[in-house]
Design a protein around this ligand. Structure first.
Ligand code: AMP
Length: 483
């Protein structure tokens, strides 16, 4: 605090949480550290993704991008923060996401920003703002990355989580709904989760939904006292959302509620029927589920979620992998031209949880060809140049300048499963040579540094030839050799 300045209650940092001060107990032999050390903790409900988990993210994203690109989707990024009003308008003031879970930030000028709790609103805003309606339609986009919701942290639910999101703007036909569902289902199949079920519903349109809404209100009126506190509020703001409440007492009442399928107008009915016909044709397993309404006000017609097969649902994980639907009214709501849109958001952490429960591991990356080990200061310095040369020659090499002990470097080389380990010791660094150890046979040779790349390339070529000869041998011959 500047000298002479009095501490007042108007401290701009009054919401700043002091990091925990933790007294470390030190072994007496150690030099005395600062009296107190500060340890920071990650924010509540947020996680560090460690390298071993990052391999799942990489694999899921790689698989997703491969599929989406083959359906002509292009990646797009919008800011992680948007004007808070965008979410209030697009998602609805009464939804949990906006009313309870938004992380907001004050701008210097007085405006308010929010960390994005979902992708669709930002993508639609960007489509309108960048005049993307003048591009050939439909526009197919996807985004991958973090979203933020201040939810009560619990197993599998975080305040920062990641979604795969893809959207089709400018296409209203049921065939597009079918394609979005087909891609979703195929993605899970590729990831090895091949028994998912699509839970499908139609929430109608502004023409047929009001009458259904009224039917629901009439149905729920006598049961209003039996609903949870949230549903009592929902009943006023959006009675459809009472249907998908997870509270048991609300589900009991919902069991006999009128079904929207019986109340769709002709156009919505035809759209839904066409969608089901295509899904039947594609053999995609689905279940009609009148309780799927999605929490967001902008959905029209098709809404769906993707769930694990009934017997695989776990207590630990919230059941849905993700969900989405059609939101033809959203563009006008956000100041654009009437434009149809459909999309889905899939929870990456939820998918990883499922992969782990089923023992599905991301395929291991192929081992590098060469491990470059060094011993002594001169060798370490030389190894920088040698590594560069190997890299330029396209030889996949793992370096090890961070380690000093040769023993630990060789252990590491073994663990990584490389074909050759190059050892640059004190003697070799003076002689401009290098030891090349074949990791399969254990045979070592001394090679001049100048001839190293040529030597490695020749050895790799021989290896490749032997491998392809081996692959061509009839099975019987291989068995005899083994004996
Ligand atoms: P939503 O955007 O609410 O429809 O959510 C789609 C999917 O995102 C859900 O089915 C979850 O798999 C995932 N998801 C939503 N919220 C969270 C959260 N707080 N933590 C982790 N995953 C989430």
């Amino acid at each position: 605090m500047p000298k002479g300045k009095k501490k007042t209650s108007k401290n701009p940092h009054q919401n700043y949480r002091q990091p925990k001060l933790i007294k470390e107990s030190e072994p007496s032999a150690q030099p005395k550290p600062h009296k107190r050390q500060m340890k920071f903790q990650r924010p509540r409900g947020m996680r560090d993704i460690l390298p071993e988990d990052m391999t799942y993210y990489d694999y899921i994203y790689r698989t997703t991008e491969n599929i989406l690109r083959s359906y002509d989707f292009a990646r797009m990024e919008t800011p992680i923060v948007e004007d808070i009003g965008l979410f209030a308008r697009a998602i609805g003031e009464s939804t949990d996401i906006v009313s309870k879970e938004i992380f907001s930030l004050k701008e210097k000028g007085g405006g308010k920003l929010a960390l994005r709790p979902e992708f669709t609103a930002g993508l639609v805003r960007a489509y309108i703002e960048n005049g993307m309606s003048s591009r050939p339609q439909p526009v197919k986009l996807y985004s991958l990355g973090p979203l933020f919701r201040a939810e009560r942290p619990q197993a599998g639910r975080y305040r920062q989580f990641n979604q795969i999101d893809f959207e089709v703007f400018g296409a209203e036909k049921a065939a597009i709904d079918a394609q979005v569902i087909q891609i979703t289902w195929r993605l899970f199949e590729r990831l090895g989760i091949n028994d998912t079920v699509i839970q499908l519903n139609s929430v109608g349109c502004p023409e047929c939904r009001p009458a259904y809404r009224q039917q629901l209100l009439d149905y729920y009126r006598p049961y209003a006292n039996k609903l949870c506190a949230d549903c009592k509020k929902r009943l006023k703001a959006n009675p459809l959302r009472v249907l998908d409440c997870k509270e048991e007492k609300c589900q009991r009442v919902a069991a006999n509620a009128p079904q929207i399928f019986d109340n769709l107008c002709d156009d919505c009915h035809t759209h839904f029927k066409q969608l089901l016909e295509i899904l039947d044709e594609l053999d995609i397993p689905y279940m009609l589920n009148g309780k799927i309404v999605r929490g967001l006000d902008y959905y029209r017609r098709t809404v769906f979620e993707i769930w694990p097969a009934e017997d695989k649902k776990s207590e630990l994980a919230q059941s849905a992998f993700g969900g989405g639907g059609r939101y033809d009214g959203l563009f006008e709501l956000l100041g654009g031209q009437p434009t149809p849109g459909i999309g889905i958001g899939l929870g990456v952490e939820r998918i990883i949880l499922e992969m782990k429960e089923r023992g599905i591991e991301p395929p291991a990356r192929s081992a590098p060809t060469v491990f470059l080990a060094q011993l002594g200061e001169k060798a370490k310095k030389q190894s920088f140049r040698i590594f560069e040369n190997l890299y330029k020659a396209g030889i996949d090499t793992l370096e090890s300048v961070g380690r000093d002990s040769l023993k630990s470097q060789l252990k590491q080389a073994e663990k990584k499963g490389v074909f050759f380990t190059l050892i640059l010791g004190q003697k070799e660094s003076v002689d401009d040579t290098m030891i090349v150890r074949d990791m399969e046979t254990g045979v070592q040779e001394v090679i001049s540094q100048e001839g190293l790349i040529k030597y490695l390339k020749e050895r790799m070529e021989i290896r490749e030839k032997e491998k392809s000869k081996e692959a061509k041998k009839p099975v019987k011959e291989k068995e005899i050799e083994k004996k």
